[in-house]
Design a binder for this molecule. Structure first.
Ligand code: ADP
Ligand code: MG
Length: 565
Protein backbone atom coordinates (compact mmCIF):
# COMPACT_ATOMS: atom_id res chain seq x y z
CA UNK A 1 0.00 0.00 0.00
CA UNK A 2 2.45 2.59 1.21
CA UNK A 3 4.73 4.16 -1.31
CA UNK A 4 8.41 3.96 -0.60
CA UNK A 5 9.42 6.23 2.23
CA UNK A 6 11.02 9.47 1.04
CA UNK A 7 13.51 11.30 3.25
CA UNK A 8 13.56 15.08 3.52
CA UNK A 9 17.15 16.16 4.07
CA UNK A 10 18.60 19.52 5.09
CA UNK A 11 22.25 19.25 4.10
CA UNK A 12 23.59 22.21 6.07
CA UNK A 13 26.98 23.88 6.29
CA UNK A 14 27.15 23.39 10.07
CA UNK A 15 24.38 20.91 10.82
CA UNK A 16 22.29 18.51 8.81
CA UNK A 17 18.96 16.95 9.66
CA UNK A 18 16.48 14.54 8.14
CA UNK A 19 12.74 14.21 8.50
CA UNK A 20 10.04 11.81 7.35
CA UNK A 21 6.37 12.33 6.61
CA UNK A 22 4.59 10.16 9.16
CA UNK A 23 0.88 10.17 9.87
CA UNK A 24 0.28 13.48 8.22
CA UNK A 25 3.19 15.46 9.58
CA UNK A 26 6.94 15.87 9.20
CA UNK A 27 8.91 14.20 12.00
CA UNK A 28 12.62 14.76 12.61
CA UNK A 29 14.57 11.54 12.92
CA UNK A 30 17.17 11.30 15.69
CA UNK A 31 20.66 10.00 14.95
CA UNK A 32 22.31 7.31 17.04
CA UNK A 33 23.19 9.84 19.77
CA UNK A 34 19.53 10.75 19.94
CA UNK A 35 20.03 14.22 18.41
CA UNK A 36 18.01 15.51 15.50
CA UNK A 37 20.88 17.70 14.30
CA UNK A 38 24.00 15.98 13.00
CA UNK A 39 27.03 18.28 12.78
CA UNK A 40 28.21 18.41 9.16
CA UNK A 41 31.70 17.27 10.08
CA UNK A 42 33.68 14.31 8.74
CA UNK A 43 36.85 12.95 10.26
CA UNK A 44 39.16 9.99 10.55
CA UNK A 45 39.92 8.42 13.91
CA UNK A 46 43.32 7.08 14.87
CA UNK A 47 42.53 3.76 13.15
CA UNK A 48 41.65 5.56 9.92
CA UNK A 49 37.97 4.87 10.41
CA UNK A 50 35.46 7.40 9.23
CA UNK A 51 33.79 9.54 11.88
CA UNK A 52 30.62 11.44 11.06
CA UNK A 53 28.83 14.11 13.07
CA UNK A 54 29.41 14.77 16.73
CA UNK A 55 32.30 12.33 17.12
CA UNK A 56 34.13 14.07 14.28
CA UNK A 57 33.19 17.54 15.55
CA UNK A 58 34.76 16.82 18.94
CA UNK A 59 38.11 16.31 17.22
CA UNK A 60 37.87 19.42 15.04
CA UNK A 61 40.20 21.49 17.24
CA UNK A 62 42.38 18.66 18.55
CA UNK A 63 42.90 16.86 15.21
CA UNK A 64 42.43 19.53 12.54
CA UNK A 65 44.39 17.60 9.89
CA UNK A 66 42.06 14.60 10.31
CA UNK A 67 38.80 16.54 10.29
CA UNK A 68 36.80 18.57 7.75
CA UNK A 69 33.89 20.91 8.48
CA UNK A 70 31.97 23.47 6.38
CA UNK A 71 32.72 21.54 3.18
CA UNK A 72 29.38 22.62 1.73
CA UNK A 73 31.16 25.87 0.87
CA UNK A 74 33.22 23.94 -1.69
CA UNK A 75 30.36 22.18 -3.46
CA UNK A 76 30.74 22.60 -7.20
CA UNK A 77 34.47 23.33 -7.08
CA UNK A 78 37.50 21.16 -7.67
CA UNK A 79 38.84 21.93 -4.20
CA UNK A 80 40.75 19.07 -2.62
CA UNK A 81 40.01 18.68 1.06
CA UNK A 82 42.35 16.47 3.01
CA UNK A 83 41.75 13.97 5.76
CA UNK A 84 45.17 12.75 6.81
CA UNK A 85 46.93 11.55 3.69
CA UNK A 86 43.80 11.24 1.57
CA UNK A 87 42.01 13.99 -0.32
CA UNK A 88 38.32 14.33 -0.99
CA UNK A 89 36.02 16.51 -3.03
CA UNK A 90 33.19 18.30 -1.26
CA UNK A 91 30.75 15.91 -2.98
CA UNK A 92 32.52 12.94 -1.43
CA UNK A 93 32.51 14.35 2.10
CA UNK A 94 28.84 15.30 1.66
CA UNK A 95 28.17 11.76 0.48
CA UNK A 96 29.65 10.32 3.67
CA UNK A 97 27.37 12.59 5.67
CA UNK A 98 24.31 11.73 3.58
CA UNK A 99 25.11 8.03 3.90
CA UNK A 100 25.14 8.44 7.68
CA UNK A 101 21.77 10.23 7.67
CA UNK A 102 20.35 7.50 5.45
CA UNK A 103 21.59 4.84 7.84
CA UNK A 104 20.22 6.68 10.85
CA UNK A 105 16.82 6.69 9.20
CA UNK A 106 17.16 3.02 8.33
CA UNK A 107 18.12 2.11 11.88
CA UNK A 108 15.13 4.09 13.15
CA UNK A 109 12.68 2.59 10.65
CA UNK A 110 14.19 -0.90 10.63
CA UNK A 111 14.25 -1.09 6.84
CA UNK A 112 16.14 0.36 3.91
CA UNK A 113 15.28 3.69 2.24
CA UNK A 114 16.69 5.28 -0.87
CA UNK A 115 14.52 8.15 -2.07
CA UNK A 116 15.24 11.66 -0.91
CA UNK A 117 14.45 15.33 -1.31
CA UNK A 118 17.48 17.49 -0.47
CA UNK A 119 17.44 21.22 0.20
CA UNK A 120 19.91 23.71 -1.28
CA UNK A 121 20.47 27.45 -0.75
CA UNK A 122 18.42 29.52 -3.19
CA UNK A 123 21.60 31.13 -4.49
CA UNK A 124 23.24 27.80 -5.42
CA UNK A 125 24.08 27.87 -9.10
CA UNK A 126 23.67 24.99 -11.44
CA UNK A 127 27.09 23.47 -10.82
CA UNK A 128 26.51 23.51 -7.08
CA UNK A 129 23.07 21.93 -7.48
CA UNK A 130 24.49 19.19 -9.64
CA UNK A 131 27.18 18.63 -7.03
CA UNK A 132 24.48 18.03 -4.40
CA UNK A 133 22.81 15.51 -6.69
CA UNK A 134 26.13 13.80 -7.27
CA UNK A 135 26.75 13.63 -3.52
CA UNK A 136 23.37 11.93 -3.15
CA UNK A 137 24.22 9.48 -5.88
CA UNK A 138 27.55 8.68 -4.19
CA UNK A 139 25.69 8.04 -0.93
CA UNK A 140 23.39 5.53 -2.64
CA UNK A 141 20.42 7.89 -2.59
CA UNK A 142 17.88 8.44 -5.28
CA UNK A 143 17.55 12.23 -5.24
CA UNK A 144 14.02 12.91 -6.43
CA UNK A 145 14.37 16.64 -6.26
CA UNK A 146 16.26 19.59 -4.87
CA UNK A 147 14.26 22.11 -2.91
CA UNK A 148 15.32 25.68 -2.17
CA UNK A 149 15.94 26.19 1.55
CA UNK A 150 13.67 29.26 1.83
CA UNK A 151 10.90 27.35 0.05
CA UNK A 152 11.36 24.48 2.50
CA UNK A 153 11.05 26.97 5.36
CA UNK A 154 7.77 28.26 3.95
CA UNK A 155 6.42 24.71 3.76
CA UNK A 156 7.43 24.10 7.39
CA UNK A 157 5.73 27.30 8.54
CA UNK A 158 2.59 26.17 6.73
CA UNK A 159 2.49 29.18 4.45
CA UNK A 160 1.35 27.06 1.55
CA UNK A 161 -2.20 27.29 2.80
CA UNK A 162 -2.28 30.99 2.03
CA UNK A 163 -3.40 32.06 -1.40
CA UNK A 164 -1.16 35.04 -1.59
CA UNK A 165 1.86 35.73 0.49
CA UNK A 166 5.07 37.67 0.19
CA UNK A 167 7.73 36.91 2.73
CA UNK A 168 11.39 37.11 3.51
CA UNK A 169 13.44 34.32 5.03
CA UNK A 170 16.26 35.43 7.25
CA UNK A 171 18.55 32.41 7.56
CA UNK A 172 21.57 32.84 9.81
CA UNK A 173 23.35 29.50 10.11
CA UNK A 174 26.77 28.66 11.50
CA UNK A 175 28.88 30.29 8.81
CA UNK A 176 26.51 31.74 6.24
CA UNK A 177 23.75 34.29 6.04
CA UNK A 178 21.05 33.93 3.38
CA UNK A 179 18.20 36.27 2.66
CA UNK A 180 15.47 35.30 0.21
CA UNK A 181 12.36 37.10 -0.84
CA UNK A 182 9.53 34.86 -1.91
CA UNK A 183 6.33 35.74 -3.66
CA UNK A 184 3.60 33.15 -3.45
CA UNK A 185 0.38 33.55 -5.43
CA UNK A 186 -2.10 31.21 -7.09
CA UNK A 187 0.06 28.20 -6.30
CA UNK A 188 3.20 29.71 -7.72
CA UNK A 189 6.22 30.11 -5.46
CA UNK A 190 8.69 32.60 -6.84
CA UNK A 191 12.09 33.19 -5.36
CA UNK A 192 12.14 36.86 -6.32
CA UNK A 193 15.59 37.61 -5.02
CA UNK A 194 18.27 36.05 -2.93
CA UNK A 195 21.24 37.65 -1.31
CA UNK A 196 23.51 37.00 1.62
CA UNK A 197 26.97 36.90 3.07
CA UNK A 198 28.89 33.67 2.76
CA UNK A 199 31.28 34.74 5.51
CA UNK A 200 28.83 35.64 8.26
CA UNK A 201 27.15 33.27 10.70
CA UNK A 202 26.62 32.25 14.31
CA UNK A 203 30.21 31.06 14.59
CA UNK A 204 31.42 34.63 14.07
CA UNK A 205 29.49 35.63 17.17
CA UNK A 206 31.26 32.88 19.14
CA UNK A 207 34.56 34.20 17.81
CA UNK A 208 33.74 37.74 19.02
CA UNK A 209 32.86 36.36 22.45
CA UNK A 210 36.13 34.43 22.45
CA UNK A 211 38.07 37.64 21.74
CA UNK A 212 36.16 39.38 24.52
CA UNK A 213 37.05 36.55 26.92
CA UNK A 214 40.74 36.98 26.14
CA UNK A 215 40.47 40.70 26.78
CA UNK A 216 38.94 40.00 30.18
CA UNK A 217 41.91 37.84 31.18
CA UNK A 218 44.91 39.11 29.21
CA UNK A 219 47.13 36.51 30.89
CA UNK A 220 45.43 33.89 28.71
CA UNK A 221 46.47 35.69 25.54
CA UNK A 222 49.97 34.28 25.86
CA UNK A 223 48.76 30.69 25.82
CA UNK A 224 46.24 31.29 23.02
CA UNK A 225 47.61 28.53 20.85
CA UNK A 226 46.89 25.85 23.46
CA UNK A 227 43.81 27.35 25.00
CA UNK A 228 41.89 28.23 21.85
CA UNK A 229 39.91 24.97 21.59
CA UNK A 230 38.57 24.79 25.16
CA UNK A 231 38.05 28.55 25.34
CA UNK A 232 36.11 28.65 22.08
CA UNK A 233 33.93 25.88 23.45
CA UNK A 234 33.17 28.08 26.48
CA UNK A 235 32.49 31.04 24.19
CA UNK A 236 29.93 28.94 22.32
CA UNK A 237 28.43 27.81 25.65
CA UNK A 238 28.18 31.42 26.79
CA UNK A 239 26.45 32.40 23.56
CA UNK A 240 23.92 29.61 23.89
CA UNK A 241 23.32 30.30 27.60
CA UNK A 242 22.71 33.97 26.78
CA UNK A 243 19.95 32.91 24.39
CA UNK A 244 17.81 32.42 27.47
CA UNK A 245 18.28 36.10 28.20
CA UNK A 246 19.72 38.05 31.15
CA UNK A 247 23.29 37.14 31.91
CA UNK A 248 25.36 33.99 31.87
CA UNK A 249 28.62 32.73 33.31
CA UNK A 250 31.20 30.18 32.31
CA UNK A 251 34.50 29.10 33.77
CA UNK A 252 37.56 27.21 32.64
CA UNK A 253 40.22 25.42 34.65
CA UNK A 254 43.67 26.12 33.26
CA UNK A 255 47.08 25.81 34.87
CA UNK A 256 45.56 24.84 38.20
CA UNK A 257 43.57 28.00 38.25
CA UNK A 258 39.88 28.74 37.66
CA UNK A 259 39.05 31.51 35.23
CA UNK A 260 35.57 33.01 35.27
CA UNK A 261 33.55 35.11 32.89
CA UNK A 262 30.13 36.69 33.24
CA UNK A 263 28.50 38.35 30.28
CA UNK A 264 25.24 40.27 30.05
CA UNK A 265 23.09 40.65 26.96
CA UNK A 266 24.12 44.28 26.80
CA UNK A 267 27.80 43.34 26.76
CA UNK A 268 27.10 40.83 24.01
CA UNK A 269 25.38 43.50 21.93
CA UNK A 270 28.33 45.85 22.29
CA UNK A 271 30.84 43.13 21.50
CA UNK A 272 29.03 41.99 18.32
CA UNK A 273 28.03 45.41 16.99
CA UNK A 274 30.01 45.19 13.76
CA UNK A 275 28.51 41.79 12.95
CA UNK A 276 25.00 43.13 13.53
CA UNK A 277 25.70 45.98 11.14
CA UNK A 278 26.72 43.50 8.46
CA UNK A 279 23.26 41.91 8.52
CA UNK A 280 21.71 44.98 6.90
CA UNK A 281 23.38 45.06 3.50
CA UNK A 282 22.10 41.71 2.15
CA UNK A 283 18.56 42.57 3.25
CA UNK A 284 18.66 45.89 1.43
CA UNK A 285 20.17 44.19 -1.61
CA UNK A 286 17.45 41.52 -1.74
CA UNK A 287 14.69 44.11 -1.32
CA UNK A 288 16.24 46.23 -4.02
CA UNK A 289 16.58 43.31 -6.45
CA UNK A 290 13.02 42.14 -5.79
CA UNK A 291 11.67 45.69 -6.17
CA UNK A 292 9.60 45.14 -3.02
CA UNK A 293 9.42 47.46 -0.09
CA UNK A 294 9.30 46.44 3.56
CA UNK A 295 5.57 47.10 3.60
CA UNK A 296 4.97 44.60 0.82
CA UNK A 297 6.15 41.74 3.02
CA UNK A 298 3.54 39.73 4.93
CA UNK A 299 6.02 37.76 7.02
CA UNK A 300 9.61 37.50 8.09
CA UNK A 301 10.63 33.90 8.78
CA UNK A 302 13.56 33.23 11.07
CA UNK A 303 15.65 30.24 10.05
CA UNK A 304 19.09 28.99 11.15
CA UNK A 305 20.37 28.15 14.63
CA UNK A 306 21.92 31.57 15.19
CA UNK A 307 18.50 33.26 15.08
CA UNK A 308 17.86 31.65 18.48
CA UNK A 309 19.86 34.56 19.85
CA UNK A 310 17.51 37.21 21.27
CA UNK A 311 20.01 39.76 20.02
CA UNK A 312 19.39 38.68 16.43
CA UNK A 313 15.63 38.65 16.89
CA UNK A 314 15.72 42.18 18.28
CA UNK A 315 17.91 43.33 15.43
CA UNK A 316 15.52 41.81 12.91
CA UNK A 317 12.52 43.35 14.66
CA UNK A 318 14.23 46.73 14.55
CA UNK A 319 15.28 46.44 10.91
CA UNK A 320 11.81 45.45 9.76
CA UNK A 321 9.75 47.36 12.27
CA UNK A 322 7.83 44.25 13.28
CA UNK A 323 8.29 40.88 14.96
CA UNK A 324 9.52 37.99 12.88
CA UNK A 325 7.91 34.57 13.03
CA UNK A 326 9.80 32.05 15.08
CA UNK A 327 7.15 29.52 16.03
CA UNK A 328 9.36 26.66 14.85
CA UNK A 329 12.86 25.73 15.96
CA UNK A 330 14.85 27.76 13.49
CA UNK A 331 17.52 25.10 12.98
CA UNK A 332 14.89 22.45 12.26
CA UNK A 333 12.57 24.37 9.94
CA UNK A 334 14.37 23.56 6.69
CA UNK A 335 14.53 19.81 7.41
CA UNK A 336 10.85 19.82 8.43
CA UNK A 337 9.95 21.58 5.19
CA UNK A 338 11.93 18.98 3.26
CA UNK A 339 9.83 16.35 5.08
CA UNK A 340 6.62 18.09 4.02
CA UNK A 341 7.86 18.04 0.45
CA UNK A 342 8.82 14.37 0.85
CA UNK A 343 5.27 13.68 2.03
CA UNK A 344 3.88 15.38 -1.04
CA UNK A 345 6.11 13.32 -3.28
CA UNK A 346 4.97 10.11 -1.56
CA UNK A 347 1.33 11.02 -1.84
CA UNK A 348 1.96 11.93 -5.45
CA UNK A 349 0.57 15.38 -4.90
CA UNK A 350 4.15 16.59 -5.17
CA UNK A 351 3.37 20.25 -4.79
CA UNK A 352 0.98 19.37 -7.56
CA UNK A 353 -0.47 22.72 -8.26
CA UNK A 354 2.45 24.56 -6.86
CA UNK A 355 4.86 25.70 -9.48
CA UNK A 356 8.31 26.62 -8.34
CA UNK A 357 9.91 29.32 -10.37
CA UNK A 358 13.46 30.24 -9.83
CA UNK A 359 15.80 33.05 -10.49
CA UNK A 360 19.23 33.08 -12.03
CA UNK A 361 21.49 33.57 -9.02
CA UNK A 362 24.45 35.05 -10.93
CA UNK A 363 24.90 37.40 -13.84
CA UNK A 364 26.04 35.91 -17.14
CA UNK A 365 27.89 37.86 -19.78
CA UNK A 366 30.79 38.19 -22.18
CA UNK A 367 34.18 39.85 -22.24
CA UNK A 368 34.27 43.23 -23.89
CA UNK A 369 36.80 46.00 -24.58
CA UNK A 370 36.79 49.63 -23.52
CA UNK A 371 38.27 52.46 -25.55
CA UNK A 372 41.30 54.09 -23.98
CA UNK A 373 42.50 56.87 -26.28
CA UNK A 374 43.59 55.21 -29.49
CA UNK A 375 43.50 51.73 -27.97
CA UNK A 376 40.95 49.25 -26.82
CA UNK A 377 41.53 47.61 -23.50
CA UNK A 378 40.06 44.16 -23.14
CA UNK A 379 39.12 42.27 -19.99
CA UNK A 380 35.85 43.99 -19.09
CA UNK A 381 32.64 42.18 -18.26
CA UNK A 382 29.46 42.92 -20.19
CA UNK A 383 26.50 41.30 -18.42
CA UNK A 384 23.77 39.95 -20.70
CA UNK A 385 21.55 38.24 -18.16
CA UNK A 386 21.56 39.99 -14.81
CA UNK A 387 21.33 38.15 -11.51
CA UNK A 388 17.88 37.55 -10.06
CA UNK A 389 16.20 37.41 -13.47
CA UNK A 390 13.39 34.84 -13.66
CA UNK A 391 14.01 31.59 -15.50
CA UNK A 392 13.82 30.66 -18.27
CA UNK A 393 15.23 33.77 -19.86
CA UNK A 394 16.56 34.82 -23.23
CA UNK A 395 18.38 38.10 -23.86
CA UNK A 396 20.12 39.62 -26.84
CA UNK A 397 22.83 42.23 -27.11
CA UNK A 398 24.63 43.66 -30.13
CA UNK A 399 28.38 44.27 -30.06
CA UNK A 400 30.71 45.60 -32.76
CA UNK A 401 34.23 44.91 -33.95
CA UNK A 402 36.99 47.05 -32.46
CA UNK A 403 39.75 46.59 -35.05
CA UNK A 404 40.01 47.29 -38.75
CA UNK A 405 39.87 44.16 -40.89
CA UNK A 406 39.17 41.93 -37.94
CA UNK A 407 38.81 38.36 -39.26
CA UNK A 408 37.36 36.62 -36.30
CA UNK A 409 35.36 37.27 -33.19
CA UNK A 410 36.31 35.42 -30.02
CA UNK A 411 33.39 35.32 -27.66
CA UNK A 412 34.36 34.53 -24.06
CA UNK A 413 31.53 33.74 -21.67
CA UNK A 414 31.68 34.45 -17.95
CA UNK A 415 29.52 34.18 -14.85
CA UNK A 416 29.78 36.61 -11.95
CA UNK A 417 29.31 40.19 -10.86
CA UNK A 418 32.81 41.69 -11.09
CA UNK A 419 33.72 44.49 -13.49
CA UNK A 420 36.82 42.69 -14.77
CA UNK A 421 36.34 39.23 -16.28
CA UNK A 422 39.40 37.89 -14.49
CA UNK A 423 37.41 38.08 -11.26
CA UNK A 424 34.48 36.11 -12.68
CA UNK A 425 34.08 32.43 -13.57
CA UNK A 426 35.01 31.49 -17.13
CA UNK A 427 32.34 29.24 -18.68
CA UNK A 428 33.41 28.75 -22.29
CA UNK A 429 34.24 30.42 -25.57
CA UNK A 430 33.39 30.34 -29.27
CA UNK A 431 35.07 31.75 -32.35
CA UNK A 432 33.28 32.88 -35.51
CA UNK A 433 34.66 34.12 -38.78
CA UNK A 434 33.45 37.54 -39.90
CA UNK A 435 33.90 39.59 -43.06
CA UNK A 436 36.85 42.00 -42.96
CA UNK A 437 35.65 45.58 -42.63
CA UNK A 438 36.72 48.78 -40.87
CA UNK A 439 36.43 48.76 -37.09
CA UNK A 440 32.91 49.10 -35.77
CA UNK A 441 31.27 48.17 -39.05
CA UNK A 442 30.49 44.55 -38.25
CA UNK A 443 27.65 44.21 -35.79
CA UNK A 444 27.29 40.94 -33.98
CA UNK A 445 24.12 39.81 -32.23
CA UNK A 446 24.76 37.68 -29.18
CA UNK A 447 21.86 35.86 -27.56
CA UNK A 448 22.00 34.08 -24.20
CA UNK A 449 19.24 31.64 -23.34
CA UNK A 450 19.21 30.07 -19.88
CA UNK A 451 16.75 27.24 -19.35
CA UNK A 452 15.12 26.01 -16.13
CA UNK A 453 17.38 22.96 -16.26
CA UNK A 454 20.36 25.22 -15.92
CA UNK A 455 21.70 25.04 -19.44
CA UNK A 456 23.09 28.11 -21.13
CA UNK A 457 22.78 28.37 -24.87
CA UNK A 458 24.80 31.03 -26.63
CA UNK A 459 23.81 32.04 -30.14
CA UNK A 460 25.76 34.43 -32.24
CA UNK A 461 25.39 35.87 -35.74
CA UNK A 462 26.71 38.89 -37.56
CA UNK A 463 24.24 41.19 -39.19
CA UNK A 464 23.69 40.58 -42.85
CA UNK A 465 24.31 36.83 -42.51
CA UNK A 466 21.47 34.49 -41.60
CA UNK A 467 23.82 31.78 -40.31
CA UNK A 468 23.61 31.27 -36.54
CA UNK A 469 26.55 29.90 -34.56
CA UNK A 470 25.66 28.03 -31.39
CA UNK A 471 27.40 26.97 -28.22
CA UNK A 472 25.76 24.94 -25.50
CA UNK A 473 27.37 25.26 -22.11
CA UNK A 474 26.49 22.27 -20.08
CA UNK A 475 29.72 21.23 -18.52
CA UNK A 476 31.10 23.93 -16.40
CA UNK A 477 34.33 23.82 -14.46
CA UNK A 478 33.91 22.08 -11.13
CA UNK A 479 31.52 19.41 -12.27
CA UNK A 480 32.44 15.74 -11.82
CA UNK A 481 32.63 13.53 -14.90
CA UNK A 482 30.94 10.11 -15.08
CA UNK A 483 34.34 8.53 -14.70
CA UNK A 484 35.17 10.56 -11.59
CA UNK A 485 31.84 9.53 -10.08
CA UNK A 486 32.61 5.86 -10.73
CA UNK A 487 35.95 6.22 -9.01
CA UNK A 488 34.44 8.05 -6.05
CA UNK A 489 31.87 5.32 -5.57
CA UNK A 490 34.67 2.79 -5.21
CA UNK A 491 36.66 5.08 -2.95
CA UNK A 492 33.74 5.64 -0.61
CA UNK A 493 32.86 1.96 -0.51
CA UNK A 494 36.45 1.29 0.51
CA UNK A 495 36.51 3.63 3.48
CA UNK A 496 36.40 1.90 6.78
CA UNK A 497 33.40 2.35 9.00
CA UNK A 498 33.39 1.34 12.63
CA UNK A 499 31.48 -1.99 12.85
CA UNK A 500 29.02 -0.32 15.22
CA UNK A 501 28.22 2.19 12.47
CA UNK A 502 27.81 -0.35 9.72
CA UNK A 503 24.31 -0.44 8.41
CA UNK A 504 23.61 -4.15 8.85
CA UNK A 505 24.82 -4.05 12.45
CA UNK A 506 22.82 -0.99 13.33
CA UNK A 507 19.65 -2.43 11.89
CA UNK A 508 20.25 -5.59 13.91
CA UNK A 509 20.85 -3.55 17.07
CA UNK A 510 17.64 -1.62 16.58
CA UNK A 511 15.75 -4.89 16.08
CA UNK A 512 17.25 -6.11 19.37
CA UNK A 513 16.17 -2.94 21.13
CA UNK A 514 12.64 -3.23 19.83
CA UNK A 515 12.33 -6.89 20.78
CA UNK A 516 13.70 -6.14 24.25
CA UNK A 517 10.86 -3.68 24.75
CA UNK A 518 8.34 -6.29 23.66
CA UNK A 519 9.59 -9.27 25.68
CA UNK A 520 9.10 -9.94 29.38
CA UNK A 521 10.68 -12.02 32.14
CA UNK A 522 13.31 -14.56 31.23
CA UNK A 523 13.05 -13.91 27.50
CA UNK A 524 13.81 -10.29 28.12
CA UNK A 525 16.77 -11.25 30.28
CA UNK A 526 18.20 -13.35 27.46
CA UNK A 527 17.54 -10.61 24.93
CA UNK A 528 19.65 -8.32 27.08
CA UNK A 529 22.46 -10.89 27.27
CA UNK A 530 22.51 -11.38 23.52
CA UNK A 531 22.51 -7.63 22.86
CA UNK A 532 25.35 -7.02 25.30
CA UNK A 533 27.42 -9.74 23.73
CA UNK A 534 26.77 -8.34 20.26
CA UNK A 535 27.76 -4.84 21.39
CA UNK A 536 30.98 -6.14 22.93
CA UNK A 537 31.82 -7.96 19.73
CA UNK A 538 31.21 -4.79 17.72
CA UNK A 539 33.44 -2.80 20.03
CA UNK A 540 36.20 -5.38 19.71
CA UNK A 541 36.16 -4.69 15.94
CA UNK A 542 37.10 -8.34 15.48
CA UNK A 543 35.29 -9.14 12.26
CA UNK A 544 35.27 -12.90 12.76
CA UNK A 545 33.84 -12.61 16.23
CA UNK A 546 31.23 -10.20 14.92
CA UNK A 547 30.21 -12.50 12.10
CA UNK A 548 29.80 -15.42 14.50
CA UNK A 549 27.67 -13.54 16.98
CA UNK A 550 25.63 -11.93 14.25
CA UNK A 551 24.35 -15.37 13.30
CA UNK A 552 23.33 -16.11 16.87
CA UNK A 553 21.56 -12.77 17.15
CA UNK A 554 19.70 -13.39 13.89
CA UNK A 555 18.57 -16.80 15.14
CA UNK A 556 17.49 -15.42 18.46
CA UNK A 557 15.52 -12.63 16.80
CA UNK A 558 13.81 -14.87 14.28
CA UNK A 559 12.65 -17.13 17.09
CA UNK A 560 10.68 -14.30 18.69
CA UNK A 561 10.02 -11.69 16.08
CA UNK A 562 7.06 -13.51 14.58
CA UNK A 563 5.20 -13.00 17.88
CA UNK A 564 6.00 -9.34 18.25
CA UNK A 565 4.27 -8.31 15.04
P1 ADP B 1 23.70 25.65 9.07
O1 ADP B 1 22.41 26.01 8.40
O2 ADP B 1 24.84 26.52 8.70
O3 ADP B 1 24.03 24.21 8.95
P2 ADP B 1 22.43 25.90 11.74
O4 ADP B 1 21.15 26.47 11.27
O5 ADP B 1 22.39 24.57 12.36
O6 ADP B 1 23.56 25.94 10.65
O7 ADP B 1 23.06 26.96 12.78
C1 ADP B 1 24.25 26.72 13.46
C2 ADP B 1 24.61 27.94 14.28
O8 ADP B 1 23.57 28.19 15.23
C3 ADP B 1 25.89 27.76 15.09
O9 ADP B 1 26.68 28.93 14.96
C4 ADP B 1 25.38 27.62 16.52
O10 ADP B 1 26.31 28.11 17.48
C5 ADP B 1 24.14 28.47 16.49
N1 ADP B 1 23.19 28.11 17.54
C6 ADP B 1 22.53 26.93 17.72
N2 ADP B 1 21.76 26.97 18.83
C7 ADP B 1 21.92 28.21 19.37
C8 ADP B 1 21.39 28.88 20.52
N3 ADP B 1 20.54 28.28 21.36
N4 ADP B 1 21.79 30.15 20.75
C9 ADP B 1 22.65 30.77 19.94
N5 ADP B 1 23.19 30.20 18.84
C10 ADP B 1 22.83 28.94 18.56
MG1 MG C 1 20.79 25.89 7.25
Amino acid sequence: MANDMVMGIDLGTSNSAVSLWIEGRAVLIPNKQGDVLTPSVIGLDDNEQILVGKSAQKRLQSHPHLTQASFKRFMGTNAELSLGTQTFRAEELSALLLRQLKEDVEAWLGYAVKDAVITVPAYFNDVQRRAVKTAGQLAGLNVLRLLNEPTAASLAFGLLENKEHKYLTFDLGGGTFDVSIIDMFEGVIEVCASSGDVRLGGDDFSEEIYQWMLKQHPALKEVQAEIRAPLLEQAEALKIALSKGGEASVSLRWNEQDWHWTMTEQMLTTCCQSLLTRLQQPILQALHDSRFTLNDLDDILLVGGATRMPLIRQTVARLFGRFPRHDLNPDEAVALGAGVQAGMVMADTALDDVILTDVMPFSLGIETSKRNGAYYESGYFLPLIERNTFLPVSKMQTVSTVEDNQKIILLKIYQGEARRVQDNVFLGEMTIDIPQKPAGEVDIDVRFTYTVDGLLEVECRYQGNPEVFRLLIEKVPGQMSEQQIEQSLLKIADLKQHPRDRKENRILLSRCARLYEFLLGEDRYWMDQVTTEFERALDSQDLRRIAAIRQQVEQFLSRYEGDSH
